[in-house]
Each structure stands twice: as C-alpha cells, then as structure tokens.
Design a protein around this ligand. Structure first.
Ligand SMILES: [Zn+2]
Length: 198
C-alpha cells in the first residue's frame, strides 16, 4: 500500500468518524426533541384536566350556594312550575344550562384524556344526566346547542351496569314520559305574560 493509499484510507476513516459523530449528535437532538414534546404533552394534559376539574368545582360551589337545587340534579326530582315557585323554577333551568355547558366543555376535550380518565368523565356525565329531569328536558329542547354531548349520546358507549338508559337506549326520549318538567320555553312564555301590560 503506497502513501496515497494510506492518505485515502485516513480520509475514509475520518469521514466515517465524522459521520458516526453526526449520527450520534442527531440522535441526541431527536431524543431531546421527543422529551420536549412529551413534556409539553404532559403539561397540556395537566392543563386540560385542571380546567375540567375547575369547571366541576364551580358546579359544586353553585350547589353549595343554592342547596335547594340539589334534588333537581341529584335525586331526579322535577323542578316546580313557574306558578308554584318562579325563583326556583328559573334558577333550576339556569343551573341546567350552566351544567350542560360544563359537560359539553368537559367532553369536548375527551381525546386529551387517558383511557381511565375518559371513562371516569364519561360516566360522570351520564350520572349528572341520570339525576336531573330539568337537565334532560333542557337538553331535549336545545339539543343543537350541544353537539359534543349529542355525539357522546349517539356513541351509546357506557360501562355502568344500569341507570344510564338516556345514553344507552336509542329509544330513550330526552324527556321521560310522564315527566312533570315544565318546558323552558313555556317558562319563558309565562315570564313574558307576567311582564305583559294588563
Ligand atoms: Zn354510563
């Protein structure tokens, strides 16, 4: 092997070394970028959960401030008519609208939750619906306002043994038969009648 062969072999070795270092460095950079993406994903998940929990806590606070609303959201009790108790009637419908907005927001982020958390949030939404005739009634009247909840309902996915027929039975009406829930629109008409000049 002549001097020129030694030189070209040396160049080849240096080139291999440089290429090896480049590959190693690139891998380190890729690994670092992957770690950053994973960290950002964890932070996003935390923020998503944090805001979902904050919305749920706000609902809890409102029930603490207005405990008379609880039977209409936890014990499947229909609210009073506007004539019987106008304040509680309108408060129940206002709370139902707030709760539906919260549930819509919570489920809108469902693809950001882990499988375990997604199931927990889904069954919580099912439970809230199961305990509230006023919420089911308002949803039935204003279904177009809540496309995310509607897609959840249409999915029919549920892991509870029973009690969630509103989400599992395609034939389940938004407002159960025989329900004494006065419609929000009727309430609005009644309120308008009260304000109308005599
Ligand atoms: Zn369920």
């Amino acid at each position: 092997m002549g001097p020129s062969d030694w030189i070209s072999t040396g160049f080849a070795l240096v080139a291999m070394l440089v290429s090896g270092v480049t590959v190693f460095y690139t891998r380190v950079q890729v690994r670092h970028a992957e770690e950053q993406v994973e960290q950002a994903r964890r932070e996003l998940n935390f923020a998503v959960h944090d805001s979902a929990f904050n919305l749920m806590l706000r609902m809890d606070e409102l029930f603490l401030e207005h405990p008379m609303l609880r039977p209409h959201f936890y014990q499947d009790v229909a609210p009073p008519t506007p004539a019987a108790d106008p304040e509680l009637h309108h408060r129940a419908f206002a709370m139902a609208e707030f709760c539906l907005d919260v549930l819509e927001c919570v489920w809108e982020r469902q693809d950001k939750y882990s499988d375990v958390d997604r199931e927990a949030w889904r069954e919580w939404i099912h439970d809230v619906f199961a305990g509230s005739p006023v919420l089911r009634s308002l949803y039935g009247e204003r279904q177009a306002w809540f496309p995310v909840l509607t897609s959840l309902r249409e999915s029919r996915v549920c892991t509870a043994a029973s009690g969630h027929s509103f989400f599992t039975d395609p034939a389940a009406p938004a407002t159960p038969a025989g329900s004494a829930v006065p419609a929000a629109t009727a309430a609005a008409e009644a309120a308008a009648a009260e304000l109308a000049p005599v």
